[in-house]
Design a protein around this ligand. Sequence first.
Ligand SMILES: [Zn+2]
Length: 275
Amino acid sequence: MEFPAQQIPVVLLILLVVFVAGIGRFLLPAGFIDRTMGVLQGYLFPMRHYQRQILEKSFAYYRQLDVADKRRFERRVVEFLANKEFIPRGGLPVTKETKTLVAACAVQLTLGLPPVRLRHFRKIILYPDAYFSTVNREYHQGEVNAAGAIVLSWKHFMDGYLVPNDSRNVGLHEMAHALLIENRTRYDGEYDFLDGNSLNHFLKCAEAEHGRMQRGEVGLLRKYAQTSPVEFFSVAVEVFFENPETMAAQAPALYNALKDLLKQDPLRLQFSSRT
Ligand SMILES: [Zn+2]
């Protein structure tokens, strides 16, 4: 089959698109296309005005950022939402506000890190209130499913932000679980973004704090932290963001370890890197 000379550039362009969309998915590094599309989305489609209004009204962490960090935060929210499917349960309406605030919660946790979109977690399942789990026959406020879903009770998610300093924030708690899973999930190219030395150092500090809790010497973290190392991390993240001053005063080693790991200091709103 022969093409007239003037059609050759068009044919080459079509071949390139087919390559990138199809074969390229297998030949390029894992997650390359997904990552590139997400970054392009963040730059080419800046946050909409209504989303910015939602953040200004309902997200204190965002309100406190300087202008440059606000723009960075907004890009991350857009990127996070690029590959997420929101699945409502129990008649809960999923609105622009719902989506923006869930994304903002993930971005709050990860703003100090290189861009992390929690790509493995494509599904966000939202219940109006605590929901009954048939697995352990208990009511849950949230959970993370290793198959790729973050599940949240919307009532409890909002309570986490409406009461900003009670060291309880189910959104941050579940995002922290998702972060650790994402860090070791390799197929989508988004992994090992947490510094290994910082993670090991955090685990050592967590062990020391766990010992202090068992001896009844401290009451900084709620008892649920003692369930397992991953629960310890999630509970510590809640306190880190909701009561940084208390944590820095009562458990400075733990506070500094989390600060190094997440590369941000909620007490001073400082970031070790600003990518
Ligand atoms: Zn948990």
